[in-house]
Each structure stands twice: as structure tokens, then as C-alpha cells.
Design a protein around this ligand. Structure first.
Ligand code: ASP
Length: 324
């Protein structure tokens, strides 16, 4: 059932959404065009992905289309062993993908534990647009993808299989900062109308326990957009991001007047300042953008970078970090 149809049915059934009468939604108001738009930013050095997104933005396409197309570049790149096809598998040798996407009017879609389909970001978008749900997992998500015409693919490349077999010799897993195989692509874009969208897609932690899901498909943790304020995405050890609802926190801080940079710094400090935090052993990073097109990024450790494409320039920036 289409989302719109479902909503219509809900209202026919008399289910009401509790909006106070003094509060009126006017989605048709003229949009403010942002001075610094269009712009796209992404976690890590992913210039091909940001270029693809930029080409869409430059042609006047929506930030949502730009996000999907940009993320798809990394998903299809078999050399990227932390996203999509070629991602490193879980401890059983299965590549399982997590992704989510969010548009400028607060819709979101998410897919978790998806096997055999490269473009998790597109499935997340379809969940958002074509179903009454936000999140589909595992076999249900895979069947949904087949119903859309996607074909079953083997996501475990020879290279990732070899790495996994090597890992199995010891089977010791301890996530350590970002040098250890986890680099979600998270992307945020503002289009020519000033509308913000975001997405993130990952194969999660390499050699994770079977069934493990990180922050990346969790709206508010791996990604959050508020079109009135800005957006944020996370990368790094998802468990730590989930525990602090990191991306929502960054956006909420911006809503309360923080710059994107200061908001990312504060969200990282929430993690590292926890009593008994073992932050020296893992990496987390955030990137953020506000409605003015200002951007920021911050990580726990050195080594994280953000790619930004605007004004026809595609650049990778080393981020500031907390711990030397
Ligand atoms: N955040 C992802 C996860 O925990 C991994 C990553 O960003 O590298 O699954």
C-alpha cells in the first residue's frame, strides 16, 4: 500500500494526528533560498560520491535524489570494504547492510540486516516512499527489494572473503579506532531550494556478531534532518552513537544556537566525558550542516576527514579531533 494511501485510510478510519488547533502546518509557504546552496558534504574521502551528488544538485535536482545517487557510488565500489558490495562480512561470512535516508519534510526510511542487494540506500528510500513503514529488516527487506525488481547478488568479493578467512584464524575482534574497517558513508545536501536531505549506508563493523545492527539505520543516531535547522550524520563505533542519540543531538544543539562545528564537538564530548568511557579504543565522528549552508565536523581521534562539494569545488578536509 502506498504511504499516501495508508495515511488516507488512517484518516478514513478516524485515526487523527494530535496537532493542536492553534498550530497550523503550511508546507506550501515559499521557501527561503539559501545563500550557500547547493552544497553536499560526506564522511571520509569520497570525492566520487560527492561529485555525483553535486552533478545532481547543479542540475537543479532535489537534495534527496543527490543523496541517493551519491551514496550509490560508494555502495557499488567494490574497493570500499565498508559499504555495499565488497563490504567486509560479519563473523559468519555474511555481508549485511544497514542504511537510512531522510527528506526535507521529515519522512524517513531505513533498512537493516539487508543481504544480497547492493543498493541499500535505494531500498531505504523505497521503504520511505512506497510503504507505510519506516524500517524493514532482514528477509522482509530483501523480499521487498525483489518485489521492486532488484536481483540477488553475491556481495562477498574475493578480496573480502580472503580478509575474512584470514581473520577467522584468530577470530579475535576488538573494535579499535577508525583504522579498523568501519567507514560508513554519511551524506548531507542542500539543494537550490534550500531543502536539506541526508543518508547513510554501511556494511557495519567488520566481523561483527551475526545480527548486529549499528547506528547507521537508526534515525536520530546515524542520521537526522530538521529542514528548519540542519542535518547531521555519524560514522565510527555505532554502539557509542546510539547510546547518545548522536545525530539528533547535533541537530538539536544547532537548533539551540550552536554552529555545526560546535554542535559536533559537543556531541563528541558527550561520548568521551562519560564516566568510564574507553574512548581511546574507538573512533566516532560527526559531520553537520545548518540551514545557512555552514558545515562542521569533529572526531574523537585524528584521521577522520569530511568531503565537501560546493561552488564547483570538491575538497577533502581533515577534521579537528578531541584526542591526540
Ligand atoms: N557506524 C557504523 C556502524 O557502527 C560503522 C562505521 O561508521 O564505520 O555500523
Amino acid at each position: 500500500m502506498e504511504r499516501r494511501g495508508f495515511i488516507k485510510k488512517s484518516s478514513l478510519l478516524g485515526i487523527s494526528i494530535g496537532i493542536p488547533s492553534s498550530f497550523s502546518l503550511n508546507l506550501k509557504e515559499p521557501k527561503t533560498v539559501i545563500k550557500n546552496s547547493p552544497v553536499v558534504i560526506a564522511t571520509w574521502d569520497v570525492k566520487n560520491a560527492t561529485k555525483k551528488a553535486w552533478d545532481f544538485l547543479k542540475n537543479g535536482e532535489s537534495s534527496l535524489d543527490a543523496i541517493e545517487q551519491g551514496c550509490m557510488i560508494e555502495e557499488a565500489d567494490e574497493n570500499n570494504q565498508s559499504v555495499g558490495k565488497g563490504g567486509l562480512p560479519d563473523s559468519d561470512g555474511n555481508v549485511t547492510l544497514d542504511a537510512c535516508i531522510m527528506d526535507s519534510i521529515g519522512n524517513c526510511g531505513s533498512v537493516v540486516f539487508l543481504k544480497n542487494i547492493t543498493h541499500a540506500i535505494s531500498i531505504a528510500r523505497k521503504i520511505m516512499e512506497d510503504t507505510p513503514h519506516v524500517m524493514l529488516a532482514g528477509e522482509g527487506a530483501e523480499s521487498f527489494a525483489y518485489s521492486l525488481g532488484y536481483e540477488k547478488e553475491n556481495l562477498l568479493t574475493e578480496k573480502s572473503k580472503t580478509n575474512w578467512l584470514e581473520w577467522k584464524k584468530t577470530s579475535k575482534y576488538k573494535p579499535i579506532i577508525n583504522i579498523e574497517n568501519h567507514d560508513t558513508i554519511g551524506m548531507l545536501a542542500i539543494d537550490k531550494n534550500g531543502d536539506i536531505a541526508g543518508g547513510c549506508t554501511t556494511s557495519g563493523l567488520a566481523y561483527k556478531m551475526s545480527g548486529r545492527v549499528g547506528d547507521s539505520p537508526i534515525i536520530g543516531s546515524g542520521l537526522f534532518i530538521d529542514n528548519e535547522v540542519g542535518g547531521a550524520v555519524a560514522t565510527g563505533l555505532g554502539e557509542e552513537v546510539v547510546k547518545t542519540v548522536g545525530s539528533f543531538l547535533v541537530v538539536e544543539l544547532m537548533k539551540n544556537g550552536y554552529s555545526p562545528q560546535k554542535a559536533c564537538e559537543e556531541a563528541i564530548k558527550r561520548i568521551v566525558s562519560k564516566k568510564n568511557s574507553n574512548y581511546k579504543d574507538f573512533q566516532v565522528a560527526y559531520i553537520a550542516i545548518n540551514k545557512k549552508g555552514e558545515t562542521g565536523s569533529y572526531s574523537i581521534h585524528k584521521g577522520f576527514s569530511m568531503t565537501k562539494y560546493n561552488n564547483d569545488t570538491n575538497q577533502n578536509y581533515e577534521s579537528d579531533y578531541f584526542n591526540n
